[in-house]
Design a binder for this molecule. Structure first.
Ligand code: NAP
Length: 248
């Protein structure tokens, strides 16, 4: 049983964060998972849950003090940069133990043809004229591609978008990503020449990268923002060990 009932705050919104909350609760720790509130029906999370922004790094620091938080885990998505910067600053100013849970990014393998870019805007510029591109990005990242009237896009989504997509020449595909062979068949059937995606890491969306390698298709890969100074561990087990070492 943990020595103190002071809660662990998990900045979440990812599958890893939910998995960590469940594991910590099972070990007897008190957890508060924090969600930004972007999803109307988030999946069930073990332990306590709070929703909404804190009001910047200062607001987060106030919350850490007010709620007697014993340890802060930033388990937000690799591309959620603002909240992660706030977490580092708030942990710094309060002195509360801090760890970041960040799944490793994908690394280039032999046969991969990656065009690595740093931003969405660079990805827009890197798309060759007349290409047929699988745009494997969330709907909030689609609009910048509207200026590329010389490119055909296939946009794959699980649910239909609430507002029409702001693209010139495109096809909407409502389906889930499949296994490598299914992804290869999909890329071939749609006569796609490129993929544009973010370097999210993890297994769930890697099949398209393996399929592109197999087919020799270039991938315009939006790399992760560089965040110096974060104490990062790659998986829930390592974070669990860290928590047990820190809190007993
Ligand atoms: P962001 O740009 O880094 O954060 C913007 C603001 O939203 C933050 O300053 C903070 O407001 C609030 N916020 C973000 N995450 C929060 C959390 N877990 N709890 C409480 N407040 C939070 O974040 P984002 O990219 O919009 O992502 C929002 C959430 O969606 C995160 O929880 C993230 O894990 C999840 N998510 C993001 C992506 C992605 O691609 N970015 C993908 C999957 C899931 P205040 O400054 O007021 O505190």
């Amino acid at each position: 049983m943990p020595a103190s009932d002071h809660p662990i705050l998990i900045l979440g919104g990812t599958a890893e964060a939910a998995k960590l909350a469940a594991a910590l609760v099972a070990l007897g720790y008190r957890t508060i998972s924090s969600l930004a509130g972007r999803t109307s029906n988030p999946a069930k999370i073990e332990g306590e849950v709070r929703t909404g922004g804190f009001g910047g790094a200062e607001g987060l620091a106030d919350y850490l003090r007010r709620e007697n938080i014993a340890l802060l885990v930033d388990a937000t998505h690799p591309f959620a940069t603002q909240i992660s910067d706030n977490a580092i600053a708030a942990a710094d100013v309060t002195g509360i133990p801090f760890v970041r849970l960040e799944r490793p990014d994908w690394r280039r393998k032999p046969g991969d043809i990656w065009i690595s870019v740093a931003t969405l805007e660079e990805a827009v510029a890197a798309a060759p004229s007349k290409a047929r591109i699988l745009l494997a990005l969330g709907r909030q990242h689609i609009a910048p591609f509207s200026k590329r009237r010389d490119v055909f896009f296939v946009v794959r989504m699980i649910d239909p978008p609430e507002t029409p997509l702001d693209l010139f020449d495109f096809e909407l595909e409502l389906s889930k990503p499949g296994k490598k062979d299914e992804e290869a068949a999909f890329l071939t059937r749609k006569r796609l020449t490129h993929i544009i995606c973010r370097n999210s890491g993890g297994a769930a969306s890697y099949a398209k990268i393996s399929a592109a390698r197999e087919l020799g298709l270039p991938v315009i890969m939006i790399e992760r923002p560089h965040r110096p100074g974060a104490h990062a561990l790659p998986d829930t087990d390592s974070v669990l060990r860290f928590v047990v070492e820190m809190l007993g």
